[in-house]
Design a binder for this molecule. Structure first.
Ligand SMILES: Nc1ncnc2c1ncn2[C@@H]1O[C@H](COP(=O)(O)OP(=O)(O)OP(=O)(O)O)[C@@H](O)[C@H]1O
Length: 271
């Protein structure tokens, strides 16, 4: 399912979080949103899943306007917010059962499938969530998102706070999902190598606007990625993932001053 945001504005009091943002995510792509703190990434994601409304502009998922029919969109979109809480007294499997019931999903067998897909063992799934590591909680969060077999996955900084092994394991899970399903995956990250590894397309968000967007290879090679509203073609290929220098693209897009001090890797970006 494709995603389109057109001339989107969103303010919170005096703060303009999104300032005329336009973006297109082709169906089936794995799309990375890169941005500094406060760029507007989480705000955009909340609008994509209908948890908030734009002040102006439109957001549509699979051709459905999110403001007009948020329920329909939420049925097809799995959203993993940056922070997910689970009731401590429940096991992972029970927490998934609660999610299944809340969403009115009929089949219990999807729970075992989701557990397997995120690499939790049956033993781990039967432990209480209170004893889970950060990485296990993230995987359980992803499992809740996968339960309804969504067409679109929206992941807000899914690897933030994970250790390198946890990051690697999470990447492998996302790679499996993108290889085995047609799901459109959108996630945001400060970590540019992560976007290069996982994404075929990316956009640089800064001060509530898209500053550059296009195939990762082209962005990294410094090509003019063109119009962020239309992108390049309707269906992205997952071949030829980015192998270039996204860091330079990020800098070009937001300017050296803004890029200086932004954390985009394990180190600060040098001036
Ligand atoms: N509920 C809110 N009330 C007031 N201001 C908000 C609210 N949500 C976001 N903002 C402001 O909107 C701007 C964009 O915030 P947002 O959380 O979307 O950025 P972000 O790119 O996700 O940042 P981060 O990487 O730090 O999570 C920021 O200036 C933020 O302070």
């Amino acid at each position: 399912m494709r995603i389109d945001a057109t001339d989107v504005r969103k303010t919170y009091g005096d703060v303009t979080a999104l300032d005329g943002l336009s973006l297109s995510v082709p169906s089936g792509s794995t799309f990375g949103i890169i941005g500094t703190n406060g760029a507007g990434k989480s705000t955009l994601f909340r609008l994509l899943v209908g948890h908030d409304r734009p002040d102006a502009g439109t957001v549509s998922v699979g051709g459905t306007d999110v403001t007009e029919d948020g329920r329909r969109v939420r049925r097809r979109v799995g959203y993993l917010p940056e922070h997910v809480g689970f009731p401590d007294g429940l096991t992972g499997r029970e927490a998934l059962g609660v999610h299944r019931a809340i969403r009115g999903l009929p089949k219990d067998e999807r729970i075992a499938e989701a557990i397997e897909r995120v690499g939790l063992t049956a033993d781990e799934a039967d432990r209480r969530v209170s004893g889970y590591s950060n990485g296990m909680q993230r995987r359980l969060g992803l499992a809740t998102v996968l339960l309804p077999d969504p067409d679109v996955l929206v992941l807000d900084e899914p690897t933030a706070g994970l250790d390198p092994r946890g990051v690697d394991e999470f990447h492998a899970i996302v790679e499996d999902i993108t290889a085995e399903t047609d799901a459109t995956v959108v996630f945001c990250s400060h970590v540019l190598p992560e976007v290069e590894r996982l994404c075929d397309r990316a956009a640089v968000l800064h001060d509530g606007r898209v500053r550059a967007a296009g195939p990762v290879d082209e962005l990294a090679a410094g090509a003019d990625a063109g119009d962020p509203e239309t992108g390049h073609g309707e269906t992205a290929s997952r071949s030829g993932r980015g192998r270039g220098d996204l860091r330079a693209a990020f800098r070009r897009a937001i300017g050296d001053d803004a890029a200086r001090g932004a954390r985009t890797d394990t180190e600060e970006v040098a001036p």
